[in-house]
Write a protein that binds this ligand. Structure first.
Ligand code: ADP
Length: 976
């Protein structure tokens, strides 16, 4: 027999012995005491229902079940002494003790275990609901667990038994192999693995995943299971593939379609003048044919581009400088290609260019235009504004009329879209309209804006042109602004016409001749009252009242002329008279144009005016012109009629014929420029002054038939002659007047000169003559006062002084007399051979010449008309001075020479003497002006003033050129 008691008490398991009748705890072992926190004795007083948290009745039920062996194994919650509750597992069995059934319960504390289980459940849920694919396999590689996501991905139902699957069923073949390797590796080295893999669903779909796997071993290092966590990366894969594809796409685009270049703009002196290729694509090379351009400048790569196509660099620079992208088409002469270019700037010096060669398109455009050529002739001669547009409204071709209509140049207009011209439709409406018109040709009325803003109404006729499957619209437009305007104002027109007509002198009318011979005025302006003394209404049905007014002598003629005009449909023009009631007669002039009406009636439009006054004036004019003719022909003054446009002399009177020495007929065939010596353009200018009445007095020189030039005074007035402006000129010979004027001038000059000389006399008298007089006076005084005491020597000496002074005075007075005698009496002029004159002068001066050891050279001299005595005097003085004012240490050289000018004989006397200081050059010709004292050089200071006077008597001039110390040249002229 087992020592139950000992077994019970010392058993490490928690044990209780419970009375099956009432649940009373009969015995508890040490382990129970430890577990529940009660002493063994305390436990012996408790009922199991004190510990089990079930209600007492329920608890007893369980105890009974155990006693009856209906329950052996169950879980409960037990409350410990400290009130904490523990999950416990009970293993109970009934035993018979003293015929009493007792339950032996072994209690296992399962609270920790349960807690773990809870935790596990939580994890399980997370794992099961996770979006990642999570699976577990045992070491036989059989699938033990797959979470929901995994199952769904593979296509396994939630409740399906997993044990039939092996891991290899879940992967593609390659993946299985890959996994096997990784698996092995992991087993050897431990740890987990991670990598891309491919799951295979039951339907064969491949799911790319990234997965991590781990091999879990048990405590004795045997493989327990393998866990896999995988993520579906199919979307990422798809995106990646897409990305790769689009990259490929763009790359091919980049390489094959457009040319691309990334460039750097280069500057010189702050101005963009070149650029460098940084990067280009393959298409760049294909399109341009340029190879290995990177790092090079465009000017190196494309020679001549800077010179021929600088516009390109300008475009790029603008884009870089403004940052505004630009697209344009350009023909590069240096490459002989058309390009379409788009540019954007990337920073302040770089830009990207995408371009295409559009030669083909340009060629196409050209073709289009050439196909239009056959329309072109039509285009150019058409008065309508023709323009060809494409579907987008771009203007492709225009004629001149269209340009004129809108005020643009052809080049300007070809850059426009129709929507920039049309103001009636919005951009979109216009496109719709074009579409519509292409479908059903139609006529459109619209409005166009001219270059400077004026809006015009136009009517556009359209036709479709197809070229290579592309439709173009051939539009022919006509400016109908006027028509539109006209329509608008048509109502007012009649009123206005009436208003205007009422202001026109005379009558505006319409006159109708019926087929039966009667007539009427459907319209006549108010002026009809003045002319025929009837109202417009009175004659609207019947014109006869008008005819009653016509002078009886003219009536027949009027009717006849009307009939002729009606028959031949020629304009009716007639002058006739009407007679008023009081007998006054008016002269009328009528003018009208006939039109045959469909019904056979003849309608005239015309006007009639009263020309009585005009006729009177004409008659008066005729009479006047007759009178004028008479006056003109016979007047003693010289008169010419000149046509200012042609310069023709239209008429000349008898006096003119006498004066000029031509016959009147000759004069009428001449031009005024044949007579007036001014240049034709000068004549024209002067004549314009006369025609425009700016001036009517002129002084000219006219040439007579004998070649003589006569100064004339001309009075010119414009007059109407045969309805044309004509110059009427009266000509006076003023040659006599001019001559006498000249004489007066000469006399006046002479008088002035004489006055000046008289002034000089006065000066001389007061100064120079006074000096010797004072000397005389002084010495005479001395002699007088010292009468007795004066020694003979002193008296003789004084008398000598007096004598000298008197001699000086005599000299002076002689010179003065001589001077005053010099006149310009022309009668005393003779022909003088100046050569001879100088030979005789040299004879007179021979001694002086000899004394001063001078050489006198004389050039050949002319024979001139002059006063011989005076000319002699002149040369004597000049040569005398030349000999006198010489330098003592030098040979004296004197030269006399001559030069002819158109109006004068010019002589000079040149010496190499002492010369004259520049400041004294003007003084030497002044009377009594001397530059030296008597002791230096003797003289009176009158010689050169004499010379001046002599030269002036010959209407000439005298002057001197000199350098002090080097010599002087005296020039003088004698008027021819
Ligand atoms: P004069 O009787 O003093 O010679 P002129 O009227 O002839 O008077 O000359 C006036 C002055 O001009 C002279 O005093 C002299 O100083 C100067 N003169 C005249 N002729 C010459 C000459 N050939 N060379 C230098 N000086 C001259």
């Amino acid at each position: 027999m087992i020592d139950f008691e000992n077994y019970f008490d010392t058993n490490p398991a928690i044990m209780l012995l419970i009375d099956s009748e009432n649940g009373q705890i009969a015995k508890a072992n040490k382990s129970a005491s430890d577990f529940y926190g009660y002493t063994i004795d305390e436990l012996g007083t408790l009922n199991i229902s004190d510990i089990n948290i079930l209600p007492r009745v329920e608890c007893l039920k369980q105890v009974k079940k155990i006693a009856k062996k209906e329950l052996a194994n169950c879980n409960f919650k037990h409350r410990l002494k400290d009130n904490s509750i523990k999950d416990v597992k009970i293993l109970a069995t009934p035993i018979e003790v003293d015929k009493h059934i007792m339950n032996v319960a072994i209690i296992e504390d399962i609270s920790v275990e349960l807690k773990n289980l809870e935790e596990l459940k939580k994890y399980y849920k997370i794992v099961d609901e996770s979006l990642a694919f999570i699976g577990v396999a045992n070491k036989e590689r059989e699938v033990v667990y797959l979470n929901k996501a995994f199952k769904k991905a593979i296509g396994i139902n939630n409740n399906e038994d997993l044990s039939k699957y092996k891991t290899s069923d879940l992967y593609t073949k390659e993946a299985v192999n890959k996994n096997a390797k990784l698996y092995k590796k992991s087993i050897l080295n431990g740890g987990n693995w991670i990598g891309e893999n491919e799951l295979k669903a039951l339907d064969g779909t491949i799911i790319p995943v990234i997965q991590s796997g781990i091999v879990v071993k048990d405590s004795s290092n045997n493989i327990d299971f393998t866990s896999i966590t995988a993520f579906d990366i199919s979307q990422k894969k798809a995106a990646e593939t897409k990305l790769i594809q689009s990259e490929k796409f763009y790359k091919s685009l980049f390489d094959n379609l457009n040319g691309f270049a990334y460039c750097k703009l280069l500057y010189k002196n702050g101005k963009a003048n070149d650029f460098e290729y940084v990067l280009v694509n393959r298409a760049f090379e294909d399109l341009t044919g340029l190879k290995e351009v990177c790092g090079k400048r465009v000017s190196e790569v494309i020679p001549g581009i800077l010179e021929k196509d600088f516009a390109l660099i300008r475009h790029y620079a603008d884009v870089v400088e403004t940052g505004i992208p630009r697209s344009f088409e350009i023909f590069l002469e240096s490459m002989n290609k058309w390009f379409s270019v788009s540019v954007i700037s990337t920073d302040s010096s770089h830009f990207m260019v995408s371009f295409d060669v559009i030669d083909e398109r340009k060629k196409h455009e050209k073709l289009i235009q050439s196909s239009l050529r056959r329309y072109k002739a039509l285009l150019e001669i058409s008065k309508d504004g023709i323009h060809v547009i494409d579907k987008a409204g771009k203007i492709i071709e225009v004629n001149d009329a269209f340009c004129d209509m809108l005020g643009y140049s052809k080049a300007e207009i070809l850059n426009l879209n129709l929507n920039q011209i049309d103001v009636n439709f919005s951009k979109d409406e216009l496109l719709d309209k074009i579409e519509e018109v292409i479908k059903n040709n139609s006529i459109i009325e619209t409005k166009h804006r001219k270059k400077y803003g004026t809006i015009i109404d136009v009517e556009v006729n359209t036709a479709v042109l197809s070229y290579e499957g592309v439709d173009y619209l051939y539009c022919s437009s006509r400016d109908i602004s006027e028509r539109v305007k006209a329509e608008k104002i048509s109502d007012e027109a009649l009123n206005r016409l009436n208003k205007i007509a009422s202001r026109v002198p005379g009558v505006l009318y319409q006159y109708v001749l019926r087929t039966d011979g009667t007539s009427y005025f459907p319209y006549a302006s108010e002026g009809v009252r003045d002319i025929y003394n009837v109202s417009p209404k009175e004659i609207i049905e019947d014109a006869s009242v008008v005819f009653n007014r016509i002078h009886k002598d003219d009536l027949e003629g009027v009717i006849k002329s009307i009939n002729v005009s009606a028959k031949n449909l020629t304009p009716w023009q007639y002058e006739y008279r009407v007679q008023e009631d009081d007998g006054t007669i008016h002269l009328l002039y009528g003018n009208s144009i006939p039109q045959k009406q469909p019904d056979g009636e003849i309608l005239w439009h015309g006007f009639i005016t009263d020309i009585t006054e005009q006729k009177k004036a004409e008659k008066a004019l005729l009479e006047l012109s007759d009178r004028f003719k008479h006056f003109f022909d016979l007047h003693s003054a010289v008169m010419l009629l000149i046509d200012p446009d042609s310069n023709n002399i239209l008429d000349a009177n008898i006096s003119a014929s006498n004066f000029y020495g031509y016959t009147r007929i000759e004069l009428q065939q001449m031009k005024i420029t044949d007579i007036n010596i001014l240049k034709p353009e000068e004549v024209k200018r002067e004549m314009e002054l006369a025609v425009n009445e700016k001036r009517n007095y002129f002084v000219f020189k006219h040439k007579l038939s004998n070649g003589e030039l006569i100064p004339v005074e001309v009075h010119s007035t414009p007059i109407l002659f045969d309805g044309k402006k004509t110059l009427f000129s009266i000509i006076h010979d003023i040659s006599l007047k001019e001559k006498s004027e000249q004489q007066v001038k000469e006399y006046t000059n002479k008088l002035e000169r004489m006055n000046a000389d008289l002034d000089s006399f006065a000066y001389v008298a007061s100064h120079d003559l006074k000096a010797p007089l004072n000397v005389v006076n002084g010495f005479l005084g001395l002699i007088n006062s010292k009468k007795d005491s004066l020694s003979k020597e002193s008296r003789d000496e004084y008398l000598k002084y007096i004598q000298d002074a008197v001699n000086q005075m005599k000299l002076l007075i002689n010179d003065l007399l001589h001077f005053s005698r010099i006149g310009s009496n022309k009668d005393s002029f003779v022909m003088v051979d100046v050569n001879h004159l100088l030979i005789s002068i040299q004879d007179v001066l021979a001694e002086t010449i000899h004394k001063s050891n001078a050489t006198v050279t004389i050039q050949p001299l002319p024979t001139i008309s002059a006063n011989k005595t005076l000319l002699n005097e002149l040369f004597m003085n000049l040569l005398g001075n030349a000999l006198k004012y010489h330098k003592s240490d030098q040979e004296v050289l004197i030269e006399v020479g001559y030069q002819e000018t158109p109006e004068y004989h010019q002589f000079f006397v040149k010496d190499n003497g002492i010369g004259i200081a520049t400041e004294n050059l003007g003084k030497v010709f002044v009377m009594f002006k001397r530059l030296h004292t008597q002791t230096e050089f003797e003289g009176t200071g009158i010689g050169l003033s004499l010379c001046k006077r002599i030269v002036e008597a010959h209407n000439g001039q005298i002057w001197v050129e000199s350098v002090l110390g080097e010599g002087s040249t005296f020039y003088f002229t004698i008027k021819k």
